[in-house]
Design a protein around this ligand. Structure first.
Ligand code: MRU
Length: 345
């Protein structure tokens, strides 16, 4: 079974509703920027690179029917659509990266007739979809050089095809290592509260026939202490200029545990996840989600009524806990301030 997070049919962006997985495969047709905003905000589609590509199509859907006789009105509308989509979720920088790329491209072609600018926007979104798959393939290729036959790789959240256009990021490293070395196993954390690991990564690992164990998040330390983990690979939602990395809540805990147990800890992400405009992770906005995600599990309340809840969706792993950042342009080593600057030149 081929797992695809999104597909554009020329008119409509089809999104696979990830909230229903692994039990139901429901297509969400998005015909407008509002539909795309809703799909991102409500987590029908999630994962930084997938959100970025969806938003690029959202830019097109938001302007495709605008009148074609007033350039100023057209660009005002495009900017409005961009600002609107940028607010769908705050942490993954790929969202703003994608809408800015579309906006800047349109600006470059501002002397062309509006129908041609619209076509250029659509072509750019299609190109971004294609590029994402190529980038992720390269991440897998580079990342697999950090592993060897017989290794067990731990991961958190979902960073596979569902979180991207294809292959995934951290997942791509596991997949490529498995293809190359054969004897590779994975350990997937369930990833409370949203359960991306249990619902989505377990599905993708099973479909890829990669041997794995699913564990709850609080089992990670014990499993590491038993010597059952050779390396940890996680995705990223935003990487600051110094390498500090925001990723799914629980990532920081894993990185601290990895350091204690002397297990290599790697981040895997396309360079579009690097936010060069911020110096450190302190500046990364962290999404706070509905308390119900913590007080409920599988739609059923598990905690008493009338209590206070924290529900940050992401955490920040400081650069000193990260051994390397695997990108589509190569493996970045410390000091990350320098390697990041060099790769973006
Ligand atoms: O809240 P989510 O499911 O969008 O969070 C996803 C993650 O944290 C991923 O690790 C990250 O976006 C990288 S996906 C290739």
């Amino acid at each position: 079974m081929e797992i695809r997070s999104l597909r554009f049919d020329g008119k409509v962006l089809h999104i696979l509703d990830q909230r229903k997985l692994p039990f139901e495969f429901i297509d969400v047709p998005c015909k407008s920027a509002e539909d795309v905003w809703e799909a991102i905000n409500k987590m029908k589609i999630r994962g930084a690179p997938a959100i970025g590509v969806a938003a690029a199509y959202g830019m097109y859907l938001g302007i495709k029917d605008t009148p074609e006789n007033d350039k100023e009105a057209f660009f005002n509308k495009l900017k409005k659509v961009k600002d609107y989509l940028d607010l769908a979720r705050p942490t993954a920088v790929n969202l703003k990266w994608a809408t800015a790329r579309i906006f800047n491209l349109a600006k470059k072609f501002e002397n062309l007739p509006i129908p041609e600018i619209k076509n250029a926007i659509l072509s750019e979104a299609i190109a971004m979809e294609k590029e994402d798959a190529e980038r992720n393939f390269r991440i897998g290729e580079y990342g697999s050089t950090l592993f060897k036959d017989g290794d067990t790789i731990m991961t958190i959240c979902n960073t596979g095809a569902l979180a991207t256009v294809a292959y995934g990021t951290a997942f791509s490293v596991i997949r490529r290592s498995f293809e190359k070395y054969k004897d590779i196993k994975a350990i997937a954390l369930e990833t409370r509260p949203y359960l991306q690991g249990a619902r989505l990564t377990a599905l993708e690992l099973r479909e890829a026939h990669i041997p794995f164990h699913l564990i709850t998040d609080n089992m990670a330390g014990f499993i590491m202490s038993k010597g059952l983990v050779n390396g940890i690979v996680v995705g990223a939602d935003r990487i600051a200029a110094n390498g500090d990395t925001a990723n799914k809540i629980g990532t920081y805990t894993l990185a601290v545990l990895a350091m204690y147990h002397k297990i290599p800890f790697y981040v895997a992400a396309p360079v579009s996840t690097i936010d060069i405009e911020i110096n450190s992770g302190k500046e990364i906005p962290i999404e706070e989600r509905d308390p119900d995600e913590v007080t409920h599990c599988g739609g059923k309340r598990i905690a008493p009524e009338g209590i206070e809840v924290y529900n940050p969706a992401f955490d920040v792993t400081p650069n000193r806990l990260i051994d390397a950042i695997i990108t589509d342009k190569g493996i970045l080593k410390k000091p990350f301030e320098k390697s990041i600057k060099d790769i973006l030149k």
